[in-house]
Design a protein around this ligand. Structure first.
Ligand SMILES: C[S@@+](CC[C@H](N)C(=O)[O-])C[C@H]1O[C@@H](n2cnc3c(N)ncnc32)[C@H](O)[C@@H]1O
Length: 423
């Protein structure tokens, strides 16, 4: 019989790091670790793992000065976690004794508990002091190289600084953004999203249960804000889950058909619609097989590398290695061609991805326009408050980056373009 291990938050965070760094799983895909933990402890474990991933590059620099030979990954992850916590002002006694206790309970690694104790004590006693003077954590090479080629070293450094700062909580109001901003004590952004720089448990915030708003990064809300759908607009929301854009359309009074291949993710759309008391027709299926015409708006929020969301998901650079790029780009091209085949005269197609890679954004649209002479882009729809005209791209799309809006707290990386048939 196997006994199920229940972890302390620190132990769980180390186990999460093992899965992310050692097995290439995103935090949202890790299995087993958080299963039997209470809500607050799970949240704490996730926070610790996220903080560690965000500061990993700095922790490794400090650890390379303190440890001559790299210990096995599990022990290294415990040291990384302890180093980050101590450098961010964590209680030295609690951090050291908890992690030493955690390692000493592991038959395989208990012989290294002395090392963990010695190194973390050094960190607590001053070896961690240079933390703030260390360089801003860099993206791993597999991602830094293509981004540098696309945007230049200075811009990538600015993006890395934005990633290191993390992300505030952005929400979209069902109606009355100013009222919701006031209730939540948030800032109303120029595009209409509401931003909260400090918050506790999201579901405990006022108006959540009543469905007055939903969580959605300000950048992710822009495609629908730019389209300005009116009541009765017929919308096909391709790749809709978890439903942020479906909710925006529905809140504007549009008639939405939302399609997604994932049953599990579609449950999230269903829950979100129920909570906000909004409605949409939901279809679980492959968008490539979906055939119907007569939509005023088709929105294709295609699956992508998600490299624009690293501020909120610092696990991504460590869980992934870029090997999926080629397949994703090919799938986006297929989806884009299929979406175009459903576009009727007068209809508009909005293509978007939360990617920082031009191959998943600018290049997709550039090549689409070359393949299909009857199409054109309409950049004028991005003439909305908060959008700098400098962010418009040559092929007529809009590029958003995490280093934009630096004084407001940044935004996710996103690309979008609105395509219509030439008249
Ligand atoms: C970027 S997410 C969509 C986010 C969503 N539009 C929102 O605003 O909340 C991409 C989605 O594409 C879905 N997907 C991937 N391949 C698909 C396919 N062949 N057909 C339909 N949906 C697909 C995934 O399940 C995922 O939910």
């Amino acid at each position: 019989m196997t006994s199920r291990k229940t972890h302390s938050p620190r132990g769980a965070a180390v186990a999460l790091l093992d899965q992310v760094i050692g097995q290439g799983r995103l935090l949202s895909e890790t299995s087993g670790v958080l299963r039997d933990m209470a809500g607050a402890q799970r949240a704490e474990a996730l926070r610790l793992a996220t903080d560690t991933l965000r500061g990993l590059d700095r922790a490794d620099r400090l650890l390379s000065r303190a440890v001559r030979k790299k210990p096995p990954l599990h022990v290294r992850n415990a040291l990384r976690l302890g180093t980050v916590e101590l450098c961010l002002g964590g209680d030295a006694h609690g951090v050291v004794s908890d992690l030493v206790g955690y390692i000493s309970k592991n038959n395989r690694y208990r012989h290294l508990k002395g090392l963990v104790n010695a190194v973390l004590r050094q960190m607590a006693d001053g070896a961690g002091k240079p933390w703030n003077d260390l360089r801003i954590p860099r993206l791993p090479k597999w991602l830094r190289d293509p981004l540098t080629e696309a945007w230049g070293n200075g811009s990538v450094s600015a993006m890395e600084a934005a990633h290191f700062s993390g992300a505030p909580l952005d929400v979209t109001a069902k109606s009355d953004p100013s009222g919701v901003a006031k209730t939540l004590g948030g800032t109303l952004l120029p595009t209409g999203s509401i931003r909260l720089s400090s918050y506790g448990q999201v579901s405990a915030l006022e108006g959540f249960e009543n469905g007055d708003w939903w969580v959605q990064d300000a950048a992710a809300a822009i495609p629908v804000q730019a389209l300005k759908p009116g009541p009765g607009t017929r919308v096909l929301d391709m790749c809709a889950a978890p439903g942020g854009k479906t909710l925006q359309f529905a809140a504007a009074g549009a008639e939405v058909t939302a399609i997604d291949a994932s049953d599990r993710r579609m449950d999230r759309v269903r829950e979100n619609l129920e909570r906000t008391k909004l409605s949409a027709e939901l279809v679980v299926g492959d968008v490539l097989e979906f055939e119907a015409e007569g939509y005023d708006i088709i929105l294709l929020d295609a699956p992508c590398s998600s490299t624009g969301t690293i501020r909120r998901h610092p696990d991504l650079p460590y869980a992934k290695d870029g090997s999926e790029f080629g397949d994703l780009i090919a799938l986006q091209t297929k989806m884009l061609d299929h979406a175009v085949s459903l576009l009727a005269p007068g209809g508009r197609l909005m293509y978007c991805t939360c990617s920082l890679l031009p191959d998943e954004g600018e290049v997709q649209i550039e090549e689409l326009l070359q393949r299909r002479d009857e199409l054109r882009t309409d950049p004028t729809i991005f003439d909305i408050p908060g959008i700098d005209p400098e962010w418009l791209t040559e092929e007529g799309g809009l590029r958003l980056r995490p280093d934009y809006w630096p004084d407001l707290g940044g935004m996710d990386g996103f690309y979008m373009a609105c395509v219509t048939l030439r008249t």
